[in-house]
Write a protein that binds this ligand. Structure first.
Ligand SMILES: Cc1ncc(COP(=O)(O)O)c(C=O)c1O
Length: 449
């Protein structure tokens, strides 16, 4: 396949040139000794500065659902940049962001019909938590301030997100700045769930813990519960059958807001616009980001139910109703990219195709079951997680080696968390490319055995 993109930006960086950038979530010293550099991309592949094709098994970071450098999206961004580079969203507006908000609201289930734009998943989470706290305040129920997250939840890197998230390293290094936060237990149990395709049968009862936590603190102090419908970044944990429905029922019973963090499950990854639709559960807010514009320009947002928006719309009309926002909320380039991306998803029926192929994808990935060190595989939508047994040198070493060798020796980009490899390819992947992906992955798993 020819990769039709300009290679004039080829990089020949000497190691010294790499020093200044402190890379995020990266082993910096190892990277700078042996950089995994990317200089181009098209459809399912990245290209390295020395011209090697690398298959993208993770849609970048779960964002490039339309594949890379799609013509219609690129041209929408170029046109928008030439017409309107920036417009303030505080007290002013531009057409593309209104058009995109209306499109997203139409895609969301139930009466989730107002969109607040941010620039990332982390900002979306902090925004939703702030809306929840302010909502109860505006309603005159300001004692409802407690937030409930879940162990192994990932809600980005803001102080709100790390407080409700359930990741030990965040607690260890940064503490939990938000007071009054509690956590549900996570839903993974290998003994009960190993090698399950789709939602596990075991685990719905873990939602009952919410009843216990709410009773402990008293519902009059609890503002909101936030969960990822499918936990992604801590190793892909599909929700047990009936679990999310139970959370909704308990939140309804006690007048508590339910927030779904759909930063990775939104926009087709599970074969639906949102996981909320897949599970028939309507949360009070949905956080989104990433695939809203296929990762092309930073953008995120929160979709709120009509009742939440309406609650704020009171007081003098010249007064700001929600004291919150970002300089780049609804940025013209991000919004134009979003509109073109949603057109592309619709025209190529990418969500419908993802739904239709879920069974075949699950079967294909489960074929890795007998490979060395594979201790569990989970699948859902166009997602799969392969857990490898840890190396004697420590947790995370085997998957790190897999990621490194995958890139340098096998032409595949792999996304890892501890010893889990998460597969989340662009939704455009063909059946032949699924075969290619799994062949490459098999070779990598053998190479790190
Ligand atoms: C569920 C979830 N929430 C929030 C985030 C944070 O998004 P960002 O990195 O855009 O801030 C992520 C990122 O992977 C995520 O998976």
């Amino acid at each position: 396949m020819s990769l039709a993109f300009d290679q004039s930006n080829r990089l020949d960086a000497a190691p010294n040139d790499l020093e200044a950038w402190w890379l995020p979530f990266t082993a910096n010293r190892a990277f700078k000794k042996n950089p995994r550099m990317i200089s181009g991309a098209k459809d399912m592949y990245y290209l390295t500065p020395d011209g090697k094709k690398i298959m993208d098994s993770s849609a970048g970071l779960w964002c490039c659902n339309a594949g890379h450098n799609r013509e219609s999206i690129v041209s929408a961004i170029q046109k928008q940049a030439a017409q309107l580079d920036f417009a303030p969203a505080f007290q002013f507006g531009h057409p593309a962001s209104f058009a995109l908000a209306a499109r997203i609201a139409a895609m969301a289930p139930g009466d989730l019909d107002h969109v607040f734009f941010t620039n990332s998943g982390s900002e979306s989470v902090d925004t939703a938590l702030k809306i929840a706290l302010a909502y109860w305040n505006v309603k005159g129920m300001g004692s409802k301030t407690r937030l409930i997250g879940r162990e192994r939840g990932y809600h980005g890197v803001g102080f709100g997100g790390i407080s409700v998230g359930g990741i030990v390293n965040n607690r260890k290094f940064f503490g939990s700045l938000l007071a009054g936060v509690d956590h549900l237990p996570h839903t993974y149990n290998r003994a009960e769930q190993a090698f399950t395709k789709g939602e596990p049968e075991w685990g719905a009862h873990l939602a009952d813990e919410l009843e216990r936590i709410v009773t402990l603190h008293d519902p009059s102090t609890v503002a909101a519960v936030i969960v990822e419908p499918m936990a992604g970044s801590t190793g892909v944990l599909p929700p047990p059958k009936g679990y999310l429905q139970k959370l909704r029922a308990i939140c309804d019973k006690h007048n508590i807001l339910l927030i779904f963090d759909e930063v990775i499950s939104g926009f087709g990854r599970l074969g639906f616009n949102f996981a909320a639709e897949r599970y028939g559960v309507i949360p009070d807010m949905i956080c989104f980001a990433k695939a809203v514009n296929s990762g092309t320009v930073p953008m995120g947002g929160v979709i709120a139910r009509k009742g939440i928006y309406d609650t704020f719309m009171k007081g003098p009309e010249h007064a700001i109703e929600l004291f919150h926002g970002y300089t780049y909320s609804g940025h013209p380039l991000a919004a134009a990219a979003g509109l073109a991306t949603l057109d592309l998803y619709r025209d190529e029926k990418l969500f419908e195709k993802t739904k239709a192929r879920e069974g075949a994808w699950a079967d294909a990935v489960m074929s890795l079951k007998d490979q060395p060190n594979v201790v569990d595989i989970r699948t859902l939508g166009l997602v799969a997680a392969i857990d490898l047994a840890p190396h004697a040198d420590g947790v995370g070493k085997r998957a790190y080696d897999a990621m490194d060798k995958g890139f340098s020796d096998h032409g595949i980009m792999l996304r890892i968390t501890a010893d889990t490899i998460a597969l989340t390819p662009p939704l455009i992947i063909s059946d032949n490319e699924v075969d290619e992906l799994l062949t490459k992955l098999k070779a990598v798993i053998k190479a790190v055995a």
